[in-house]
Design a binder for this molecule. Structure first.
Ligand SMILES: Cc1cc2nc3c(=O)[nH]c(=O)nc-3n(C[C@H](O)[C@H](O)[C@H](O)COP(=O)(O)OP(=O)(O)OC[C@H]3O[C@@H](n4cnc5c(N)ncnc54)[C@H](O)[C@@H]3O)c2cc1C
Length: 408
């Protein structure tokens, strides 16, 4: 069967629409919201919300291409601006978690409000001071109160992307990972939905950062935060400590979020990398420096070799991303491919953007252009949703068939 790498017509239409948004509502505000770190960029948020709730139908995916479309559109928006993209009023990573670990009823209950009313955001809170790569070290607790039929959450979450937006706007939600039984290790970890306005969860600050500065990265405090029993994502197979969770389905369900979110982060990386590469190619064109793609290697100039390598890195990262996304669309397990895409794209975008700064000389380092910003925005793609090293570990485990207790 012939292999086609072309997205379907609906996906292409969606890409064109996102490109218009990137040009009209993102690029003009890139520098300003990089400087005004954490401020809500309404000039981008409002048109995006109108589009989300207008249900124009434009840009919706073709049959069975939902995740590929998301990746194609994400690339386009991050070509516009990765920090602003993270302010898109949508369920974001919280939505990926609900989609991956929630029941159909929970998906309906938590995600439907994102199509109506005022702009709202979703977020996912896993990381704690002592638990980043090692998510199983989470200390935030969830205790079931038999008397009220509620979960009671306590703990502190750090580096929560869109956490402030999610909690300070009606209808938003944060998916919080917590342990129901510390002695059970990873089997005790479950994910819980905390909606905006719930007493006991507070934003205690936002992180000042190197890149994606338009994005709010919040520290969240949970103090006796009470949520309904069925805000535990998935089937409530565990309700109280000591009830000995059967297997680690809850943790696996929560980890399945990454199979969907890693291709999206990879697509974000590809978008930032393409912004830098496009700009370098245009600038070299303006300066009359040709790139001869068909020149034999011994005749290529250093610049030609650099640009061709940047392009090869970008294309490889994009194809791995689309493969991981397509597998999800087909209902296939994509854990290995999601990590491959994320690891490749995270590395590619840091290399491409650094090379872009280098090739443009002092101008590349100047704030007159956005190239230095793209270099700063790039690195996060190699950190969140599993660092480069963690994704390489996952790839090695899957290829060599080692468990996480053997290869760590
Ligand atoms: C801007 C930003 C936004 C974020 N958004 C979110 C969010 O929305 N939600 C959320 O929950 N978290 C978020 N995070 C947190 C992010 O996911 C973590 O920073 C990341 O998982 C790494 O964890 P850590 O910082 O604790 O580093 P550590 O786990 O302490 O790792 C430090 C270094 O050691 C390496 N390392 C760790 N373990 C191993 C190993 N076994 N083998 C080899 N190397 C290893 C890592 O790769 C890394 O280079 C965000 C972080 C940032 C910076």
């Amino acid at each position: 069967m012939p292999i086609s790498f072309d997205p379907n017509p609906a996906t292409v239409q969606g890409r064109e629409e996102m490109h218009e948004i990137a040009v009209e509502h993102m690029r003009p505000w890139s520098r300003e919201y990089d400087d005004r770190e954490h401020e809500m960029p309404w000039e981008y948020v409002n048109p995006m919300w109108e589009r989300a709730t207008g249900r124009s139908g434009k840009g919706d995916s073709g049959p069975g291409d939902g995740m590929v479309t998301v990746c194609v559109q994400t690339e386009e928006l991050c070509w516009g601006d990765a920090g602003l993209y993270l302010r898109t009023p949508s369920p974001l990573l919280g939505g990926s978690a609900v989609a991956a670990a929630g029941t159909p009823a929970q998906r309906e209950r938590f995600l439907t409000p994102f199509r109506e009313g005022k702009p709202k955001w979703g977020a996912m809170a896993i990381t704690e001071a002592q638990a980043g790569s090692d998510a199983a070290a989470i200390e935030t607790t969830a205790v079931f109160d038999e008397a009220t039929g509620e979960w009671v959450l306590n703990g502190t979450k750090i580096f929560c992307t869109a956490g402030e937006g999610a909690l300070e706007h009606e209808g938003g939600l944060v998916v919080v990972w917590a342990t129901v039984d510390k002695s059970a290790g990873r089997a005790g970890i479950k994910s819980f939905v905390v909606t905006a306005g719930t007493p006991g969860i507070t934003v205690v600050g936002c992180e000042k950062k190197l890149g994606i500065r338009a994005s709010d990265t919040a520290t969240l405090q949970l103090e006796n935060c009470r949520i309904p029993a069925d805000n535990l994502l998935g089937k409530a197979e565990v309700k109280k400590p000591g009830a000995s969770p059967a297997g680690d389905k809850g943790f696996k369900g929560a980890m399945a979020t990454f199979d969907a979110s890693r291709p999206i982060v990879a697509a974000m990386a590809v978008g930032v990398g393409r912004a830098a590469l496009d700009f370098v190619q245009e600038e070299l064109g303006r300066q009359g420096v040709p790139i001869r793609y068909d020149a034999p290697p011994r005749e290529q100039t250093a610049i030609e070799r650099d640009v061709i390598e940047m392009e090869a890195e970008l294309q490889a990262a994009r194809l791995l991303t689309w493969r991981a996304a397509k597998m999800l669309d087909r209902g296939q397990r994509n854990n290995l491919e999601a990590s491959m895409a994320k690891a490749k794209a995270g590395l590619a975008v840091t290399k491409i953007t650094q090379k872009a700064v280098e090739l443009l000389g002092p101008l590349g380092y100047s704030k007159k252009l956005l190239v230095e910003k793209w270099m700063r925005d790039a690195k996060i793609n190699d950190i969140y949703e599993g660092t480069q090293q963690i994704n390489q570990l996952i790839i090695a485990r899957r290829i060599l068939d080692y468990s996480s207790s053997v290869l760590r």
